[in-house]
Design a protein. Sequence first.
Length: 295
Amino acid sequence: MELRLKHLVIIGTGLIGGSLALALRKADAVKRVTGVGRSAANLETARKRGIIDASSQDIADAVSDADMVVLAVPMGAYAGVLEAMADTLPEGVVVTDAGSTKCSAIAAVKASRVDEHRFVPAHPIAGTEASGAEAAFAELFQDRLCILTPDDETDRGALARVEAMWQQAGAQLMQMSAVEHDEVLAAVSHLPHLAAFALVNTVRHAGEAGRHDPFCFAAGGFRDFTRIASSSPEMWRDIALNNRHALLDQIRAFQAELSRLEAAIAGSDSEQLLAEFKAAKAARDAWLAEYGGDA
Ligand code: NAD
């Protein structure tokens, strides 16, 4: 479906919302973009960079003549944003999102006065550790997966428009249930972020206790493992709390893996250690070979 949006309203004009606007502009798939956000300085950056045509800090006013509204705010902001737009959303407008946890996004819409049938939940599997409009770039979604989690109640016309929008932004589409999405993303995205935050804090505490600053000796391995610990703390707090059950399962699974390694090291079980490391290396090498390191 060839799509040309008349008025796209992006609520949360940061890395994801800004990159989507830039990609759609580049594809000539949108006529006018309004960016909504909390920070006047960030919106001014977005305007200067040509991401948006106009900005607003008034959600109700901004959405009143939209034909597509995209929520690209942290998960914890959904309830307030949905409430603010409920009275002025035009009939037939499509509402979608880019949030990292889908069950909570759907629950927030169901608890709001926004029509759940016209809400199409989406999650582009692309990002960086940087935040804000300054970090946005048009190629972010190029050839990357975007997972849609509609259900039987989702309006098919709204779904087709959201699919066309992400395709024009360069993404490859995939559908699954919100529950499946949250389980799989807990494993491959949410747990790694938690592990990176925890690892940096472990080293930080070691530094407080020891004579040397351990960060002074940290090199490539530490940099690779911890890159994502530079991500937005607010966003990751919200993701952790909004995918609590699936993430707790993954934390327990990770603790069990660490305990197995701990027991092997404590028992000088070289065979067990080697087997664990070989299995992990084989799985990672296969991932790189099959997917090039990307989903
Ligand atoms: P970001 O911090 O770059 O942008 C979020 C923007 O939302 C900011 O400009 C902030 O000022 C604004 N905002 C926050 N609360 C608001 C509110 N109540 N009303 C209006 N604006 C508000 O974050 P991002 O990386 O663009 O993430 C946006 C969403 O996309 C999040 O839900 C995140 O989980 C999801 N996501 C992020 C990534 C990633 O790697 N960064 C990838 C896929 C999906």
